[in-house]
Design a protein around this ligand. Sequence first.
Ligand SMILES: [Zn+2]
Length: 63
Amino acid sequence: MFCSRCGASNADGAKYCVSCGALLEPNRPADADWQQENRGWTMLIAGLAVVGALAIVAVLLFS
Ligand SMILES: [Zn+2]
């Protein structure tokens, strides 16, 4: 799992972050919401990147 404060990787089940000492709270709903929201943005950006790449290819082919 990753520290919600500094993002350091910690062993699953660890109570405190090895990097910054923050209390780790596994399976917190807020974290799940954030990850889901973040995944949505990642998919949106990936989709826009694909569309942009196709547009560039189309311009190169037909110009
Ligand atoms: Zn930390």
